[in-house]
Every structure is written in C-alpha cells, then in structure tokens.
Design a protein around this ligand. Structure first.
Ligand code: NAP
Length: 226
C-alpha cells in the first residue's frame, strides 16, 4: 500500500489532504500537536519546532509538510524574533523533517514531496515581509532539492492564496472580511481546503512528470488583473 506522511494533517488543508489520501486507500501517518478527528490513520503527537528526532517509519512514498504561519505586520514592527519564528515553522522545520526521512524516501520507487508556500511570494503584498521571506526560502530550497534528487524524488510546492482554515480564521471572521477577500480574487472567492488538497494530492500522487514546480492555487490572484 502507498504510504504518505502528512505533517500537520490534523486541521485545515492538511486534514483535507489526509481525507483525500484515505479515499485513495493510501496508508497515512500524521504528525501534529493536537489529535486529528479523522480515524484510520497512524498519529504521532509531535511539535515539529521542538522535536529533533522523528519516529522511525518502515516505508514512505511521500511527504507533505503543512505547518505555517500568518504574521502580518508593517516592516518597522517586525523584530528579529518575528523573522526567526516564521523561518523556523515554515522553512527550517520543513527541512528538518525532510532530511530525516530522505533515506527512506530514496527507497521508494515513486517518491514525492510537497511543501506549502504562499501567493505572497510571487505577488508583493504589504505586511507580508516576514512570511514571504520564509516561504521564498522554502521555494528556493524545494527547487534546489528537486534538482539534486531527480530522478529519485519529485519535489513540488503549492502556493495558495487566502484559504478558509483555522490559520486564516482571523482574516475571515466576519461577512465583510469574507466578501472583501473574495472580491480581491479574479475567481471571486477565497480558497477552500478541498481545492488546495486536490492540487496537492495531484502533485503528490499523479504528476509523474512534474518536479521543481510551484503550483499557484490562488483564484488567479498572483497572475491576473481583471
Ligand atoms: N490558509 C491560508 O490562507 C494559507 C494561505 C497561504 C499559504 N498557506 C499555507 O498552507 C499551509 C497550510 O495552512 P493551513 O491554513 O491549513 O494551516 P492550519 O489551519 O494552521 O493547519 C496547520 C496544520 O499544521 C499543524 N501544525 C502547526 N504547527 C505545528 C507544529 N509546531 N508541529 C506540528 N504540527 C503543527 C496543525 O496542527 P496542530 O495545531 O494540531 O499542531 C495543523 O494540522 C501553511 O504552510 C500555510 O502557510 C495557507
């Protein structure tokens, strides 16, 4: 059976990815701090920031790393700690997990990795300096790793725009905010977790000739002006 590790599979986009993979009869291992509601997975309670050695797994065909942050501040209010916190959860912890499971992934005949970036890397947005820097680091890492590990492991990135998840709750907690956010997107809606999960699982499982790419699942926001 094909086996995937979803880091941050308890909520938001990660939980939707887990549900999608289970529908495909995949075996799924989840790391998160809180217990996922979904059954029929193997769950390890792990904080990826504070953990340095992760559980041994016997086999792995793919890895998705979901933990991230939204820390929006003007540049003059961003401290070094803000940058370090964003780099730690979005980039350094992703690299840490990836490095540990790399030997196992290399043993799979169809290994694949998906990381999460944000629309704010391709399109400059006010107050996104810290998160866009951290995600840009991750995109650069992913592209370099994809080159280094081809043809053994495909490595891609999904870059969503605003998506209705616990992480984005503060940005979507009133009808006015929801409507304004929807109207900023050429497709006139914010993201939902199924859209992002479908794109992620496509890259993870099906896109056999795609590596080193960033897929922008963002309602057209990064590239269109309408
Ligand atoms: N939602 C958006 O609008 C949006 C937009 C652009 C990019 N993104 C990116 O998309 C990815 C997924 O976002 P999301 O909105 O689904 O986030 P979310 O709702 O916060 O879910 C994140 C998942 O990661 C887990 N997690 C967080 N910190 C962790 C830690 N230290 N150790 C272990 N697990 C941890 C959470 O579970 P526990 O709390 O149980 O640990 C949860 O399962 C992120 O990388 C985010 O930057 C999201």
């Amino acid at each position: 059976m094909t086996k995937y590790l979803v880091v941050g599979g308890s909520k938001g986009i990660g939980a939707a990815i887990v549900a999608n993979l289970l529908q495909r009869d995949c075996e799924v291992v989840v790391f998160s701090r809180t217990k996922p509601e979904i059954e029929s997975i193997v769950w390890h309670q792990i904080d990826v920031v504070t953990t340095n050695t992760f559980p041994e797994l016997n086999h792995l065909d793919g890895l998705v790393y979901c933990p991230g942050s939204i820390n929006l501040k003007p540049i003059n209010r961003l401290s070094t700690d803000d940058f370090l916190n964003d780099l730690t959860i979005n980039f350094l912890s992703a690299v840490k997990v990836f490095q540990q499971y790399l030997p196992l992934l290399k043993k799979s005949s169809n290994a694949s990795v998906v990381f999460f970036s944000t629309v704010a890397v391709l399109q400059g947005m006010p107050f996104h300096a810290s998160i866009s820097a951290a995600k840009a680091a991750l995109e650069g890492f992913a592209r370099s790793a994809a080159a280094e590990l081809a043809p053994l492991i495909r490595i891609n990135v999904v870059a969503p725009s605003l998506t209705d998840t616990p992480l984005a709750a503060m940005l979507l907690n009133t009808d006015v905010k929801k409507e304004n956010a929807a109207n900023r997107h050429p497709l006139k809606k914010v993201g939902n977790v199924i859209d992002i999960a479908d794109a992620t699982v496509y890259l993870l499982c099906d896109a056999k000739w795609i590596t080193g790419q960033t897929l922008h699942v963002d309602g057209g926001l990064s590239t269109l002006r309408v």
